[in-house]
Design a protein around this ligand. Structure first.
Ligand code: MF3
Ligand code: CO
Ligand code: CO
Length: 255
């Protein structure tokens, strides 16, 4: 598959979509509290994105996905469907938001703690974040995606966690998921030399137990096969002439 390079003008538009994505994640953070349901979180995001941002929540009706955001709780790896489950103290949850503005996508997710996390849950969330950050910081023209995948895998495994293989990062632009695939582990099939104008996500899913996943009967929710906890962080990043620009990071915020 050919990788579409984005022009400076394209990236200007992706910067706007990325900022809206970051702002939606910031907006929802204060609502992530014990007692709220994931459907309520979805509803708040849906209204914010459509009414305040005058943008489109990309997941809604994407290949039949029924909601506007993904909410992946505890042993859910990704693509959790918001529903009537209430958050409770000690939960960890990933909220994944993708906004379309003026035809361009921004895609980002963060982990949230409900109340106080267990030490092991906290460590998992931190290591998944560190893995994403070290992958992002390697991005520059001439770097090979394979090395980035390997560095992410090495970091997770050095903490005795595992990296999910079945789901990966992706090119993004006017299309939600496009080339290249961004694997978060080492693979000889993953030789892609980065060039200015490439835009893609890095979104490692890190499991406390084994790497294997299971697709639930709703055909969306992905859980760890061994029911261990899973954590994920995601940003949309552009390759610049000299390095990278994180399009979904708000000015002044940490990654
Ligand atoms: N936002 C997810 C990603 O990071 C994709 C969600 S697809 C959906 O690529 F249909 F589940 F929303
Ligand atoms: Co993504
Ligand atoms: Co996403």
């Amino acid at each position: 598959m050919t990788i579409v390079l984005k022009s400076k003008a394209d990236i200007d538009k992706m910067r706007i979509a990325g900022r809206l994505t970051g702002e939606a994640l910031r907006m929802i953070s204060e609502h992530v509290q014990a007692g709220i349901t994931t459907a309520e979180l979805d509803d708040i995001c849906h209204r914010y994105i459509t009414e305040k941002q005058e943008a489109i929540p990309a997941p809604l009706n994407y290949r039949g996905f029924p909601k506007s955001i993904c909410t992946s709780l505890n042993d859910v790896v990704c693509h959790g469907i918001p529903g009537n489950k209430k958050l409770k103290n000690g939960d960890i949850i990933n909220i994944d938001i993708t906004v379309i503005k003026d035809g361009w996508h921004g895609d980002s997710s963060k982990m949230f703690f409900v109340g106080r996390p267990a030490i092991r849950a906290q460590r998992l969330v931190e290591v998944a974040h560190e893995a994403m950050v070290l992958g992002i910081e390697m991005i520059k023209p001439g770097e090979n995606l394979r090395n980035i995948g390997k560095a992410i895998q090495d970091h997770a495994e050095s903490h005795h966690f595992s990296v999910v293989r079945e789901y990966c990062g992706h090119g993004i632009g006017e299309v939600f998921h496009e080339a290249p695939q961004v694997l978060h582990y080492d693979s000889p099939q993953n030789n892609v030399i980065l060039k200015p104008g490439m835009v893609f996500t890095i979104e490692p899913m890190v499991n406390a137990g084994k790497q294997h996943t299971r697709l639930m009967s709703d055909d969306w929710t992905v859980k760890t096969r061994d029911r261990s906890l899973s954590a994920q962080w995601e940003h949309t990043i552009a390759v610049t002439d000299t390095g990278f620009e994180v399009l979904t990071c708000l000015p002044g915020d940490a990654l």
